[in-house]
Write a protein that binds this ligand. Structure first.
Ligand code: TPP
Ligand code: MG
Length: 1008
């Protein structure tokens, strides 16, 4: 039976051009196969077939304009699917749910009559004893009636506290009492050998401190930290001995974000494990020569060791959240197995002040990231001291995380407190615990047991009595939860098993734990990097490190024999957990770059048709989605801008990732580009959230090492909200050796026109150029973009070079010429410049004109005027990347200076311009500094024009005039340059300035 395939609802568009036919007469097509690509002035979309069968005839051709309802194909169809659309699955379940609720309501209505006599209606289905419930509620009503609301409130609070203390799952309140979340009787016990673990921990503590002290004894300028790891040693050790599973050929591995300043502890452990030697420890913070250990976790500097850069406070928490989310994305898309892997992130309490640290916790809860565990080390100190000494950081954080929907586990008190808390029958102890502020808690640990007895327990006779049989020493020994391996083990155990929400473990510790008078719990602890002999002896004794006084004075490391029980134990534990941590490896397979001709359709002229480079990019991506190697690996990341960038066609085609699928029928469900969320969706729609989008991009761009699968993330954003907004994340991406594309769309100071000062980007290329492994381009024409993009795919994803690409695209529509025939053109595009046109009619006076981005087009128009009106010849160079040209220039210059006696190399700029005639004038839609970058690499006179100053909203034409980069200014400046070089008389320039109404007395745009 013959069926008609019609143009579906394409939203507000009419008469949209067919740019591609994807089927031929006689083809067998299936449901959802794309049959044609149509393109409006904003976006291109594939039309999927709603029928399957044989294509009998095609009613459209490339270039036709079509609207909704137009006939596309006749198909002899086997399955009909067009007219009687089945109700989508999700809709069906929504209807079912609604029906159930309706039924329930009716039932309730019927029975409500009967319930009228009860004081409070009880409708909870989980109520196993309604009579008992009724008793309780009636008692409450009686209290309200007799003693008022306040009394009722008090009783409820007491009940909740009691329930919490008994380990019951209590209803939501912002805070729980200042005691451990897990009561002692519910603690799961570790099966580890506690004695040996303590000995190992002591050695790690010692070696970590020794490493820092030795380095600073040699070179006091090196710095380093002892206090952070000293406070966190137990938190790390329990994880290392019992929880964190390494990557191996059977398992993908847990991912651990180590707190930046605790790096010495990780080195000290690796030393015991035999992964680092004394020489390496002695190279802590001395990385210039090979083999040095980096100050903090930096994968770029220690690519086989560190996995995640964390030391810029606030990035670790965000990156960890998006890492956990991305892990679920890969699982839900079927790209990796669900092995129950976890992401652990270690954070400082001070670090939690960074807005980024808490900024994404809502997402973690919404997405039910039960593969994520935060451990916040609350040593009650930041850098200067407690900072908010009047507050209670643990309670603050509890409130934030509980409010966001996290599973919160507080680890406040160590085991020595258990019996005291159990004996606190009057509640006075917990009252003091609740009321004591952080500044006081910190001060107590800087003093001694007698002080604690007096200032803490001494507050009530009941609590004084509680500790009357304890000596001051016993009181001093009352430990904090984060230093108690039993409490930490129980918390980690519970966190690992939690389902349906992320977990945060908030652990109370002491900064500089064990460091004695100079370093324990004092405000200067953070900066302590030197310990005198007395401190070292104290530290040794405190942790029973088996070193003689002499060895301590020499600050020797201690490593037991290979055959010692300690070394055997440490290695066995790690072998049981699959290997060592941290360790960075990659076993991902490269992705074969698409065929060389994949983008050939972009190398021909677009003729009359005008389009933006953003649209050219979308066309290119649509094509890439047909390449079976590349397609599943593409990860388009969009911060709520898909329509701005003409990418809404991706919604239907590849779907938007949503961990719960789509639970609603979208309002635009009838349309071709309707909003489709899917559990296996490919697009990451991040919302208005550049930092989150960037974190997702980093997770995808490093999947080759963290998940052993090479992915191709493409994050598209307003260029102004890229490097400027999230520059520190871009820097961390460089450190992480990310591979992928960043697309700065709507780029250029004058190209975005109406958007104004905050939107118009005239410097993102300059910021991008500060990142050594970021390769940047500012293409003008679609073939340039095609050549650059394919090379990016080849370099990063096939050859696995550790670089990432920043490419700007624009939203200005214009027609694109075909690629020049010159065989060196593609090489020039990639190196940064190539000659695009020659004007040489008069052969008298010549100027070299360099342009990039949309300003290249102004330059081309200016060149024509210069020739037609002023008989000036020119050569026009399309500069695809001033940044790349500068990198080449620097390298060549350096080589030449260091090798004065050897044959001198020639920079690419000089290869292009060295033998040309006339001065150089360069312009771009960016600050002059952009083109100025290549000035040192040519001996010719060089003049730069650009868009220095704040942007402002206006038309493109007016903006280019304002910033003096329109064709008229370029002509006038060109003539002036030639006059200055004494190649023509100055009167021509003067005339042009007058002709074009250029006001020579107008202040520099930077001053306006
Ligand atoms: C973005 C950023 N700002 C400032 C610093 C400098 N800094 C280094 S450590 C530190 C204090 C950290 O305190 P906390 O997070 O509580 O760690 P801990 O007490 O465990 O050392 C600061 C502010 C930094 N590393 N990153
Ligand atoms: Mg701290």
């Amino acid at each position: 039976m013959s069926q008609k395939l019609l143009v579906p609802d394409i939203g507000e568009f009419e008469k949209v051009e067919v740019i591609e036919l994807l089927v031929k007469v006689g083809d067998q097509i299936n449901l959802n196969d794309p049959v044609a690509t149509i393109e409006s002035d904003k976006s291109s979309v594939e039309i999927p077939s709603t029928l399957s069968g044989l294509v009998e005839s095609i009613n459209i051709k490339v270039g036709d304009k079509v609207s909704k309802g137009d006939l596309l194909l006749n198909i002899s169809s086997s399955t009909e699917n067009n007219f009687e659309k089945p109700i989508p699955k999700d809709t069906e379940s929504i209807i079912k749910q609604a029906e159930t609720v309706l039924k329930k309501n009716v039932d309730q209505l019927k029975s409500s009559e009967k319930k009228k006599d009860t004081i409070i209606q009880v409708t909870n289905e989980n109520d196993i004893d309604p009579l008992e419930t009724k008793d309780w509620l009636e008692s409450l009503s009686a209290v309200v009636e007799k003693d008022g609301n306040q009394r009722a409130h008090f009783l409820i609070k007491e009940l909740i506290n009691k329930a919490y203390r008994e380990g019951a799952n209590i209803p939501y309140t912002q805070n729980t009492p200042y005691v451990n979340t897990i009561p002692p009787e519910a603690e799961v016990k570790s099966n580890g050998d506690q004695n040996i673990e303590r000995r190992i921990r002591s050695l790690i503590r010692w070696n970590a401190a020794a490493m820092v002290v030795r380095a600073n004894k040699k070179f006091p300028e090196l710095g380093g930290h002892i206090g952070t790891f000293a406070s966190a040693a137990t938190l790390y050790d329990v994880g290392m001995n019992h929880f964190w599973r390494a990557k191996n050929n059977k398992f993908g591995g847990d991912l651990v974000y180590f707190q930046g300043h605790s790096a010495p502890g990780m080195y000290a452990r690796a030393f015991l494990e035999g992964r680092l030697n004394v020489k390496q420890l002695d190279s802590f913070r001395q990385e210039v020569n090979p083999g040095g250990l980096s100050s903090y976790p930096h994968p770029w500097l220690m690519p086989k060791f560190w996995q995640f850069p964390t030391v810029s406070m606030g990035l670790g928490p965000m990156l960890a959240i998006y890492q956990a989310r991305y892990m679920k994305y890969l699982i839900n898309r079927g790209l990796i197995k669900d092995e129950g892997r976890k992401v652990w992130a270690f954070l400082g309490d001070g670090e939690m002040d960074e807005p980024e640290s808490l900024g994404a916790i809502g997402l973690a809860a919404r997405e039910k990231l039960d593969n994520l565990i935060f451990v916040v080390n609350c040593n009650l100190q930041r850098l200067d001291g407690p900072v908010r000494g009047n507050g209670k950081i643990i309670q603050e954080l509890e409130g934030s995380f509980r409010g966001a929907g996290w599973n919160v586990i507080k680890v406040i008190w160590g085991s020595y407190w258990d019996s005291l808390i159990a004996n606190d029958k009057t509640g006075h102890l917990v009252k003091i615990m609740n009321e004591t502020v952080d500044g006081e808690y910190q001060a107590m640990k800087a003093r001694n047991g007698a002080y604690v007895r007096d200032k803490f327990f001494g507050k009530f006779s009941e609590t004084s009595e509680l500790v009357s049989s304890l000596s001051d020493k016993d009181i001093w020994r009352l430990n904090r939860g984060g230093h108690d391996p039993h409490k930490v083990y129980a918390a980690y155990n519970k966190a690992s098993k939690n389902q349906g929400s992320p977990t945060v473990i908030i652990a109370k510790t002491i900064k500089g734990y064990g460091m004695g008078k100079t370093g324990e719990s004092v405000n200067t602890t953070h900066q302590t990097k030197k310990l005198d002999v007395d401190d070292l002896l104290y530290y040794r004794d405190r942790f029973d490190v088996p070193l003689t006084d002499k060895q301590v004075k020499n600050i020797e490391y201690f490593k037991p024999e290979e055959k010692s029980p300690e070394i055997k134990y440490i290695k066995e534990r790690r072998m049981d957990l699959g290997g060592f941590l941290p360790e960075r490896t990659s076993y991902s397979k490269p992705i074969k770059a698409p065929a060389k001709n994949i983008f050939d359709f972009m190398k021909v002229s677009t003729g009359e048709k005008e389009m933006s480079t953003t649209m050219a990019l979308v066309r290119m991506l649509t094509n890439l989605l047909r390449d079976k190697n590349v397609s599943p690996r593409l990860v388009p990341i969009i911060p709520d801008e898909a329509r701005t960038f003409g990418m809404e066609g991706f919604f239907q085609k590849i779907g938007i990732y949503a961990h719960e699928g789509q639970k609603y029928e979208p309002e635009d469900s009838e349309q071709l580009s309707s909003y489709r969320e899917d559990k296996s969706g490919q697009v990451l729609e991040e919302g208005i959230n550049e930092a989150g989008a960037m974190s997702s991009w980093i997770a995808a761009a490093t999947a080759y090492t963290n998940h052993d699968i090479e992915m191709i993330p493409i994050y598209i954003f307003y260029s102004m909200f890229g490097f400027q907004r999230t520059g520190d994340l871009a820097w961390a991406a460089g450190d992480s050796q990310a591979r992928g594309f960043l697309i700065g769309a709507t780029a250029g100071r004058t190209t975005l026109a109406g958007e104004g000062l905050q939107h118009q980007d005239g410097h993102s290329h300059l910021i991008a150029s500060t990142i050594p492994n970021c390769v940047t381009y500012d293409p003008t024409f679609h073939y340039e973009l095609a050549v650059i993009f394919r090379e990016g795919l080849r370099r990063m994803h096939e050859k696995n070079e550790n670089v990432f690409y920043y490419i700007t695209t624009m939203n200005e529509n214009y027609s694109h010429p075909e690629i020049p025939k010159d065989k060196n053109c593609e090489n020039g595009i990639l190196k940064g410049m190539y000659k695009i046109r020659d004007f040489n009619r008069y052969k008298k006076t010549k100027i070299q004109l360099l342009g990039s981005g949309t300003i290249l087009r102004e330059m081309m128009l200016a060149a024509k005027i210069l020739q037609d009106d002023y008989q000036i010849d020119s050569e026009i160079w399309s500069v695809t990347s001033f940044n790349e040209l500068r990198k080449d220039g620097m390298e060549v210059e350096r080589y030449n200076l260091l090798n004065p006696d050897k044959e001198q190399k020639v920079s690419f700029v000089e290869q292009c311009l060295g033998k040309t005639e006339g001065p150089i004038m360069a312009a771009s839609d960016y600050m002059r500094m952009n083109s100025d970058q290549i000035r040192p690499y040519t001996n010719k006179s060089f003049y730069s024009l650009g868009t220095d100053g704040f942007g402002r909203s206006d038309t493109r034409k007016n903006l280019r005039k304002f910033f003096e980069v329109d064709k008229e200014h370029l002509v006038a400046y060109g003539l002036s340059v030639l006059a200055k070089e004494q190649l023509i008389a100055s009167k021509y320039a003067k005339e042009a300035i007058k002709k074009y109404n250029i006001d020579g007395s107008k202040p520099m745009p930077t001053k306006l």
